[in-house]
Design a protein around this ligand. Structure first.
Ligand code: 87F
Length: 489
């Protein structure tokens, strides 16, 4: 356990800091393919904790589990040609098996519309088959050229939900329901504040009628990041893949479809938002371990009694359902252990030493704010742990929201917009909502600095008042809505 502290500071070299935290916390491993990472236990458990919450909710909504094949034929992909064009460079192909060339190469799924919808077309016959709701937890491959672990990798994990309804109203309703689940994952589980909104015409999924998203912001990078998306596909795919049903009047009709997804990117966002110069900081609700019990053993103490108290504490807390363990190794000092578990971001440290035994207490130390409190053991320990984890969860969200809010800047003119952009802000601006104006904003910001062009993040559903006569920051035309802008991941 003779590790060294982080050699990069979050505020000084954010990119290197991020990579170092992931390695030192043992969340990822590198492989000999750039952009393909090993997701190690410490990160995988976070993913599984999120999955448990999400599946409980989708089960309630009667969404069914399934897994479709990894491969898709060229023919199927071509059926959605119109919007796959822009994505073509990211599609990976299998062209050989052993030494022989495949007669028909198959693509590795970058997303599964072209795999699932031909099957939807067969399975959905009548209005009695609707709504039809499928979800799968799988890996997908997109050949990214500029990868960042969790944020943008060649292979990643996600859940993708695909649903079909008889009416647009039902589809509209579900779009919002799923978006709300994504807000919950970010705000209530990852303690990361997000904005719910609609994507602009330029930024929406080309195959969708409209796209909604939750958008997060990374203050240190000065970049927005799309957290998850929930699309209303309208009848676009129903037409492409012939997904029809017979309605109650025995007429043929096209289904209304949605799709929605979130990915392991969530983990990267969580690390970037909460980590500090001592390493990872995990929010209790998703944390791999919620508490670590450490015996404080120096000379002249009753070692066995302390170790026994640690074991007993773990048993009690495990029984109560907490994710907890004790670090009883004899090869490192208490100080080294504190430091190690801080690096790994465990929300609560429980120290037990001779002084604590004598006073029948334990010591709590919080990872988020370093607060130390002595907890008398005659007081209900389980309750105190629950209460402390709840407070940590809430405090992490409050702090993150304050930091995010401090990055939001209202801009009413192009000058104000550019100034805010150069200060790495998330910009809220009145906008005319015209596609060519957004294209123009991209062009005009491309040459400014190394950070790339600015684009819209979303039009928030919660709209500030827009007084008559307000003008668009970019075109000077009458503004139609308030929209968030910024540089993005
Ligand atoms: C990359 C290569 C090929 C995104 C791609 O958002 C195709 C695509 O269709 C592609 N990258 N997309 C859009 C994905 C849309 C949609 N799919 C289901 C979602 C949610 C889950």
């Amino acid at each position: 356990m003779a590790e060294l502290g982080l050699s990069y500071k979050k505020d000084e070299n954010f990119g290197e800091w991020y990579r170092q935290v992931l390695l030192r916390a043992d969340m990822i491993g590198y492989t000999d393919i750039s952009g393909c990472y090993i997701i190690r236990h410490w990160a995988m458990k976070i993913w599984e904790n999120m999955k448990a919450f999400f599946e409980a909710e989708t089960d309630e909504m009667e969404i069914e589990s399934c897994t479709y094949p990894l491969f898709v034929t060229r023919d199927s992909l071509e059926r959605e040609k119109s919007h796959i064009e822009g994505f073509a460079p990211e599609v990976a192909w299998v062209t050989e098996a052993g030494k022989s060339e495949l007669k028909v190469p198959v693509a590795i799924r970058p997303t599964s519309e072209a795999i699932m919808y031909p099957d939807f077309s067969k399975r959905i016959r009548s209005h009695l088959d609707l709504p039809y709701k499928q979800n799968q937890w799988v890996n997908v491959v997109r050949w990214e050229s500029n990868p960042t672990p969790f944020i943008r990798s060649k292979e990643f994990l996600w859940q993708e939900g695909h649903t079909a309804f008889a009416t647009k109203e039902e589809a509209d309703h579900e779009v919002q329901e799923m978006l709300e689940l994504y807000r919950k994952i970010y705000e209530e589980y990852l303690a990361v504040p997000v904005v719910k909104g609609q994507k602009t015409e330029l930024e929406k999924f080309a195959g969708a009628l409209y796209t909604t998203s939750v958008e997060a912001f990374i203050p240190n990078a000065g970049r927005g990041i799309q957290g998850a998306t929930s699309h209303c596909l309208g009848q676009n795919f129903a037409k492409m893949f012939d997904v029809k049903f017979e309605n109650e009047m025995q007429e043929k009709a096209m289904v209304w479809q949605n799709s929605w997804a979130y990915t392991t990117r969530t983990i990267g966002v969580m690390v970037m938002v909460h980590g500090d110069d001592r390493g990872l900081v995990m929010p209790p609700k998703v944390a791999t371990l919620q508490a670590i019990v450490i015996p404080v053993i120096y000379r002249d103490v009753d070692t066995e009694a302390i170790l026994e108290a640690c074991r007993k504490t773990v048993v009690t807390l495990k029984k109560a359902g907490f994710r907890v363990k004790a670090d009883l190794s004899r090869t490192s000092t208490p100080g080294q252990k504190y430091w190690h578990w801080e690096m790994k971001g465990v929300p609560l440290r429980i120290e037990i030493g001779q002084r604590d035994l004598d006073k029948n207490q334990v010591r709590f130390v919080r990872r988020d704010n370093s607060e130390k409190v002595d907890i008398p053991l005659n007081n209900n320990l389980v309750e105190r742990v629950k209460d402390t984890l709840d407070r940590i969860q809430q405090n992490m969200f409050d702090v993150a929201r304050e930091r995010r809010d401090a990055c939001i800047q209202v801009a009413r003119t192009w000058e104000e917009f550019m100034e805010a952009l150069n200060q790495k802000k998330m910009i809220l601006a009145p906008w005319c909502d015209e596609m060519d104006v957004e294209e123009d904003v991209k062009k005009r910001t491309k040459g400014e600095g190394e950070m790339g062009a600015a684009k819209s993040l979303c039009t928030p559903f919660e709209q500030p008042e827009l007084p008559e006569g307000t003008l668009c920051f970019a075109s000077g035309k009458p503004a139609r809505k308030w929209t968030y802008w910024g540089r993005t991941y």
